[in-house]
Design a protein around this ligand. Structure first.
Ligand SMILES: *[C@@H]1O[C@H](CO)[C@@H](O)[C@H](O)[C@H]1NC(C)=O
Length: 230
């Protein structure tokens, strides 16, 4: 199965747009001081904060897809994700109504939460897929190790959200896109996502083989090395 860079960018752009579009200055101010009492404010806050960082990743080219260029961007993304993980963990013990009521007083359905989560996943994994597509074999091992750090935090965040929002997994799973699962499989991080109960045997772990016909062997060696040392 082949993903064109264009469709990945379209996924990222539409994910970013769907979150960017309805934000008014008032909502922005609310999000900026995330009340963090509900799942909606946490997920929209992380999505809004992460969007410009993730967008930078989509402009990476094979010339600047290096550890030096990526480290500050990845570092910021990791910071945002770590904050969100502790915020979600802080929701433990709150009532379902508290968790699911937005700062505007709207009671979300579990499907609404699933859509917020999927938007965030598409945004992050779409950009990581772009990076994986442009990385050269000489930089692959180090870059992949960096990407793994992000994806491991995404796994933690996702697990934390699933822990507090009962019934979310069954609704979420069918919505999770092929790009998300393929990047996880390609990075060798399936075990970090075992809580998803995905049938990984049907997921392509070689999304990038078409684009990387010449460097694929060294890339998969790099992945094996990066995973072994992770
Ligand atoms: C990488 O290079 C591209 C093309 O020159 C540029 O548009 C992009 O901003 C660069 N990214 C970073 C993070 O330096």
């Amino acid at each position: 199965m082949r993903f064109s860079t264009l469709s990945l960018l379209a996924t990222v752009a539409s994910a970013a747009f769907s979150f960017a579009a309805p934000v008014t200055p008032t909502e922005n101010a609310l999000e900026a001081r995330c009340l963090c009492q509900d799942i909606h404010s946490i997920i929209t806050d992380v999505t809004t904060t992460i969007t410009p960082l993730v967008t930078e990743l989509t402009y990476i080219t094979s010339d600047n897809c290096t550890v030096e260029v990526l480290t500050p961007i990845i570092g910021e993304i990791k910071g945002v994700l770590s904050t969100a993980i502790s915020q979600v963990q802080g929701l433990t013990g709150k009532t379902v109504v508290t968790l699911l009521t937005t700062v505007d007083g709207v009671l979300l359905t579990v499907t609404d939460v699933a859509q917020l989560v999927v938007g965030l996943l598409n945004l992050i994994f779409g950009a990581l897929a772009v990076v994986l597509k442009v990385v050269t074999s000489v930089n692959a091992a180090a870059v992949i190790a960096l990407l793994c750090e992000v994806v491991e935090l995404v796994a933690e965040l996702l697990q934390a959200i699933l822990n507090v929002v009962g019934g979310l997994l069954a609704i979420l799973l069918p919505l999770v896109g092929e790009v998300v699962l393929s990047v996880i499989a390609t990075l060798g991080l399936i075990s970090k996502f075992s809580f998803l109960s995905v049938t990984w045997s049907t997921v392509s772990s070689t999304v990038f083989s078409t684009a990387f016909t010449s460097t694929y062997t060294s890339l998969s060696t790099a992945i094996a090395t990066a995973t072994a040392t992770a």
